[in-house]
Design a protein around this ligand. Sequence first.
Ligand SMILES: NC(=O)c1ccc[n+]([C@@H]2O[C@H](COP(=O)([O-])OP(=O)(O)OC[C@H]3O[C@@H](n4cnc5c(N)ncnc54)[C@H](OP(=O)(O)O)[C@@H]3O)[C@@H](O)[C@H]2O)c1
Length: 311
Amino acid sequence: MNLNLRTPAGTRISNFSFGTMQWGGKADATDSRAMYDLARAAGINFFDTAHGYTGGVSETLLGEFVAADRNDLFIATKCASTGDCRPEAIAQDFEDSLGRLNMDSVDMLYMHRWSDEVPLEATYEVLAKLVQAGRVNHIGVSNYAAWQVMKAIRVAASFDLKIEMSQPMYSLVKRQAEVEMLPMCRSENIAVVPYSPLGGGLLTGKYSQGSEGRLTHDAMYKSRYGQSWMHSAASALGDVAKEHGISPITLAIAWVAHNPAITAPILSASKSSQLQPSLDAMDYKLDAELYARLTNLTPTPAPATDRSEKA
Ligand SMILES: NC(=O)c1ccc[n+]([C@@H]2O[C@H](COP(=O)([O-])OP(=O)(O)OC[C@H]3O[C@@H](n4cnc5c(N)ncnc54)[C@H](OP(=O)(O)O)[C@@H]3O)[C@@H](O)[C@H]2O)c1
């Protein structure tokens, strides 16, 4: 579902976006620039960063790279990565972000997480002021449950503000979003921009070959993707990919993009040399049979009602 979200110059957002979480971390400035150029050459006009990424270097590099083409691009950042959703914290994060990006406004500002500590009214009032002041074009949320989005929609509406995008985790090995988030977004006309379509790298198949990467270096990701069925699914995806003579990376991303609720999966890499099979997914259409086969590699989450019986 590609909703009518546009760059400042009026072009619709691309069906894939690019995530800059590794810029200034594993990727230095030169290689980050190479990724930017590859993404632009492939037709991507939608870039994702966050106040919390790489101590601000991700935003700074993105600001430098996009400067010449700013109006042709849709720039999303996020605030409150630590869950501090107090108005003062949001305002401060956002000022930092605009300064690093060297921009007057951004196209999308996401709340990076839900907060139980701060009343939603306080959070959404400050976001509404940023929109009214022309400093943010659209508001989104990330890592919210569907009920939290619905609650935030009601509070935001009281400030004449819409929630227009959700950024959930979603991949073949993380399918919880299918239960409530994706149907809710379709029902409420909210764009879905899923992150980690490769399961943080698990679905590349490199771990079954004994290679190193984020899942061996980062304890949080190791734990997030630590269940043995996930690793078995990654191996099985590799077998299907071999049969079709295509990269498992291309298949895994095409599978995410195939879901009609999805607006623009976020592609990413820690090195520019990794990126091509992800970009290939932009032109790869799965047929119904292959989509079903890939879907069957992992357990379908139970419906929200738990009434999974047919009769
Ligand atoms: N809202 C949120 O809370 C949130 C959270 C996470 C991400 N995000 C956004 O979503 C974007 C994508 O997330 P993600 O990085 O987790 O996505 P992902 O597509 O699941 O994982 C990308 C990682 O897979 C590995 N990889 C990719 N291509 C490869 C190749 N050809 N060979 C070997 N390894 C390869 C690399 O990791 P290694 O080389 O390091 O192993 C790369 O950084 C981020 O940049 C960020 O913008 C948002």
